[in-house]
Design a protein around this ligand. Structure first.
Ligand SMILES: Cc1cc2nc3c(=O)[nH]c(=O)nc-3n(C[C@H](O)[C@H](O)[C@H](O)COP(=O)(O)OP(=O)(O)OC[C@H]3O[C@@H](n4cnc5c(N)ncnc54)[C@H](O)[C@@H]3O)c2cc1C
Length: 388
């Protein structure tokens, strides 16, 4: 496909959020085109497929100032995990999704106390969470090493296979007439005096009635020339995956203090991540694996689940996550008619289908959205723009 001259809605960014936004628009009969530069591995093509619901302690430690925003977003994560289940049904294709619950483990009495306090706050906010001691863990998660003394269990957490899910969403979008244009970088947006927008790509201009910015870490750079500040930051992260083994890890496992996520795919491979850094390299700023992360991540994994030490690593990779302020940046851009943002908060793959639905609802002017998206408006950065 070549760049058309005109389209009703252009979605910039073909990650899970852009694809799901486009899918919802196509379902409503809207003409939609998704453009993606595909120069770098965005989070969608690199992520681990964990469906997160409880607050990740990594995030609380790294960005304590963002905790109030995260807490306010918790109901969104519960709904997002459910939205994945609905989407699987709607598309009639399995994503190897399992809602088998998530454990955030503690190794010291201090971290157990930290989790217990987090658990109480999350319960008050409506999450299905409980604290488990060593004896209960030995019963439901015998694969955990002896260093683990307890955990917070969240029943709604789980996992899926993102390769299957991404492919299913892309297919469904195309079956509804939605168009995808890869390898097309949008350099700049310009408001058209006749209404709508002109998108400038290397291959020429495209006119769009409305534009959704679902460009992850690239969103801020597209808004900056319009005098708007949305401080998206590219965060390159590392992942490891082992050879397949017999059923071993039944839950999504995280740590109260250390950077680890663990789970096992249906085919038996164990996927190990948790936010270990990668680096951006070369003119394309390609995410590149760091040996120290590969080793550190595996050492920690086999400390938490000792049987992992017997397995061979079959692949390591890096991808680009997007951070802003922990919350989604979602909805109409005030003062710029026909321009919308759709950037998920932390654990953005989990949020993808729900954020896509809410973004499409905003584009279509729906008033019956399941959530009030006003708190996620890009307008919250307006103060920073004025100062800049
Ligand atoms: C290694 C890793 C593991 C992760 N694991 C998990 C997990 O287990 N669970 C979870 O919930 N989340 C996880 N995440 C986070 C999650 O993957 C992301 O938050 C989510 O995929 C973001 O989706 P997105 O559609 O907003 O952005 P992306 O997937 O980043 O897509 C944005 C797209 O926009 C394109 N783009 C940018 N600028 C332009 C431009 N100017 N013109 C055209 N195209 C442009 C980019 O190339 C990219 O393809 C992980 C992230 C990483 C990196």
């Amino acid at each position: 496909m070549t760049l058309p001259r005109e389209v009703d809605v252009a979605v910039i960014g073909g990650g899970i959020v852009g694809l799901c936004t486009a899918l919802e628009l196509a379902r409503a009969g809207t003409e939609v085109l998704v453009l993606d530069d595909a120069a770098r591995l965005g989070g969608t093509t690199a992520n681990a497929g964990s469906l997160h619901v409880q607050m990740q302690s990594r995030f609380i430690r790294l960005y304590p100032d963002q905790v109030p925003g995260l807490e306010a977003s918790l109901p969104l994560y519960v709904a997002a995990a459910r939205r994945w289940a609905e989407l699987e049904q709607e598309l009639g294709t399995g994503f190897e999704r399992k809602a088998s619950g998530g454990l955030m483990v503690a190794e010291t009495p201090e971290s157990y106390e930290f989790l217990a306090r987090k658990c109480e706050r999350e319960k008050r906010l409506g999450l299905q969470v409980e604290m488990l001691g060593r004896a209960e863990l030995a019963r439901i998660a015998p694969y955990l090493g002896e260093a683990v003394i307890g955990a917070e269990f969240c029943a709604e957490e789980g996992k899926l296979n993102p390769l299957l899910a991404n492919q299913a969403v892309r297919r469904a979008l195309q079956a509804l007439g939605g168009a995808l244009l890869p390898e097309t970088r949008i350099e700049r947006l310009e408001a058209d005096p006749r209404g709508g927008w002109t998108l400038h790509a290397g291959t020429g201009p495209l006119r769009a009635g409305r534009v959704v910015l679902a460009a992850g870490a690239g969103t801020g750079a597209l808004l900056a020339p319009l005098g708007l500040v949305v401080p998206t930051v590219a965060e390159p992260l590392h992942m490891n995956v082992t050879e397949a083994t017999a059923p071993l890890i039944g839950h999504l496992v995280q740590h109260a203090e250390r950077m680890i996520t663990l789970k096992q795919l249906s085919a038996g491979q164990c996927v190990i991540g948790g936010g270990w850094p990668a680096r951006l390299h070369g003119p394309q700023q390609h995410p590149t694996v760091e040996a120290s992360s590969l080793i550190g991540n595996l050492r920690l994994a086999s400390h938490i689940v000792p049987r992992l030490a017997r397995l061979r690593l079959i692949r390591a990779w890096a991808g680009v996550n997007t951070t802003v302020d922990g919350r989604c940046v979602l909805g109409a851009v005030p003062g710029h008619a026909g321009l919308f943002t759709a950037v998920p908060g932390d654990a953005g793959y989990t949020l993808g289908p729900l954020v896509g639905r809410l973004a499409a609802g905003a584009v279509l002017g729906r008033r019956d959205l399941d959530f009030d998206i006003a708190p996620f408006s890009p307008v919250r950065f307006a103060g920073a723009a004025a100062l800049a």
